[in-house]
Design a protein around this ligand. Sequence first.
Ligand SMILES: CC(C)(COP(=O)(O)OP(=O)(O)OC[C@H]1O[C@@H](n2cnc3c(N)ncnc32)[C@H](O)[C@@H]1OP(=O)(O)O)[C@@H](O)C(=O)NCCC(=O)NCCS
Length: 174
Amino acid sequence: MEGIVIEKMKESDLPAVLAIENVSFPTPFTESLFRMELNLNVAHLYVAKKESRIVGYVDFWRVGPEMHLITIAVHPEFRKLHIGSALVEFMIDNAKTHRVEHISLDVRPSNGSGMALYEKYGFRQTGLRKGYYQDNQEDALVLGLTLVTPLDASKPSKTSNSGQLEESADEKKS
Ligand SMILES: CC(C)(COP(=O)(O)OP(=O)(O)OC[C@H]1O[C@@H](n2cnc3c(N)ncnc32)[C@H](O)[C@@H]1OP(=O)(O)O)[C@@H](O)C(=O)NCCC(=O)NCCS
């Protein structure tokens, strides 16, 4: 979608984020949970804005070579306009920049829009968590995307671990 800007999430964004969260999930994250995420070094939260209005967000954890998608949502009025795609592409770019080797996520098998979004970017099922969702005991599919081939992995890393840690700490300053 034209005119979408992706920016770091700030505490002042939370009312708009929670408004989307509350209409997007049967058991939404609470404000205090988002506040905890915003203060966690491994968590990276971004909002998608259209004409200064928050229309979506993503939260992913990055720990060494692993990334895990915590949550992603788009305002119902702005769905199917490729904003979710922009957020997933942003996450994958961030993973590549930081030499992440694998991205994982959990999704309900009944979540058609989520499945379509992840499959579009090559995520494939790697596991199953039986009865994972507490509201209806639905299973969770574990999906994964591997970013480096064994050949890539054998190449020496250009980014030192300490460099990555310094950058993460910087990113959390908002
Ligand atoms: C999942 C979600 C983030 C997708 O956001 P979005 O901005 O609508 O996604 P996009 O427009 O980028 O769509 C991505 C692809 O999925 C397809 N898609 C989106 N919604 C779909 C649906 N309901 N059924 C089938 N396909 C769908 C799109 O057609 C698109 O494919 P294309 O690029 O080949 O046309 C959004 O539906 C949402 O917020 N859902 C509620 C929260 C949620 O379920 N989050 C995921 C938790 S695992």
